[in-house]
Design a binder for this molecule. Structure first.
Ligand SMILES: NCc1[nH]cc(CCC(=O)O)c1CC(=O)O
Length: 310
């Protein structure tokens, strides 16, 4: 079977994991590197490149054209709306879902000096930083994980925010501060590897053996909760679900204004046996609280900032 993957170090590390798991099942695979728009235009924020699906669209297209049988993704990069011909055939056991702060000298978020500069291009992280520390400056930071750490080391930032899972998968032990979801609610599906195949194929059947049920449920809740509010847009939205015990799942979700000046947030514990119904209820609540207006305002602000640059 042919596995399609982006060529970034993180994407390749994730693909190596899947190749190893499939090999243990007796499935031999070959690898095809596919460049996506998110990989090509690394000099500008993602919402200026292709927004939702910037790291996914080309892989989906090549699968639909029959060139690849399997694709491996960071699940948080998979848009909530998916082609019906394609299946998320496996969701691996979650790695760390958290954001971390990496600084050159181990300084913690609360100890950063007034006006310190943090690097991220994630609108969610930007808004959450400014909500937590309005005095800080947030500068764009694009590129793969290696590039972002290099830019930190070059002194362009006092610190950068990134997903702890990315560091874990690269095998890098670093002195980072794990950020509390109470203030830095992660992106939906952060820290999770997803396998995509054409629906109804042998590839789907084989790779479904890699599925981790609890992570499947947690990530499904996170996607359901934001579907009504995000509407396929890239916006400052966090969504995080985690089993507390066999019967209960904690859920936090939030939508923020781009500058962190406003937000709507829900923190709930829902019963595991009816998680889909409750996730849909939370999604509607987020809209009723004003989440949709915050998304629409963010989209307008981003569009006007784009037109100003033209
Ligand atoms: N496109 C960004 C992206 N997509 C997945 C990860 C990290 C790994 C994961 O969340 O599974 C990252 C880097 C980051 O957020 O720092």
């Amino acid at each position: 079977m042919i596995i399609g993957t982006r060529g970034s170090a993180l994407a390749l590390a994730q693909t190596v994991t899947i190749e190893g798991l499939l090999s243990e099942l007796g499935v031999s695979t070959t690898r095809k590197i596919i460049t996506t728009s998110g990989d090509t235009f690394t000099d500008r924020p993602l919402h200026e490149v292709a927004g939702v699906g910037a790291f996914v669209r080309e892989l989906d297209d090549r699968m639909l054209e029959g060139e690849i049988d399997i694709s491996v993704h960071s699940m948080k990069d998979l848009p909530t709306v998916r082609p019906e011909e394609l299946s998320i055939s496996a969701v691996l056991k979650r790695d760390s879902p958290y954001d971390v702060l990496l600084t050159t000298d181990g300084t913690r978020m609360d100890d950063l000096p007034e006006g310190a500069v943090l690097g991220t291009t994630s609108m969610r992280r930007r808004a959450q930083i400014l909500r937590y520390r309005p005095d800080l400056h947030v500068h764009d930071l694009r590129g793969n994980i290696n590039t972002r750490i290099r830019k930190l080391e070059e002194g362009l930032y006092d610190g950068i925010l990134l997903a702890e899972a990315g560091l874990q998968r690269m095998g890098w032990e670093m002195d980072v501060e794990r950020l509390d979801p109470q203030f830095f609610c992660p992106s939906a599906n952060q820290g999770t590897i997803a396998v995509v195949t054409p629906a109804g194929t042998e590839a789907e059947e084989v790779t479904s053996n890699l599925d981790h049920q609890r992570t499947r449920i947690e990530t499904e809740i996170e996607r359901i909760v934001i579907t009504d509010v995000e509407g396929g847009c890239t916006a400052p939205i966090g969504s995080f679900a985690q089993f507390i015990n066999d019967d209960e799942i904690s859920v936090c979700c939030e939508v923020l204004a781009l500058d962190g000046s406003e937000h709507v947030r829900i923190d709930e514990v829902i019963p595991a046996d009816r998680y889909q119904d409750y996730a849909r209820i939370l999604g509607r609540e987020l809209v009723q609280m004003g989440g949709k207006e915050l998304v629409e305002r963010a989209v307008c602000q981003l569009a006007s900032s784009l037109s100003d640059e033209v």
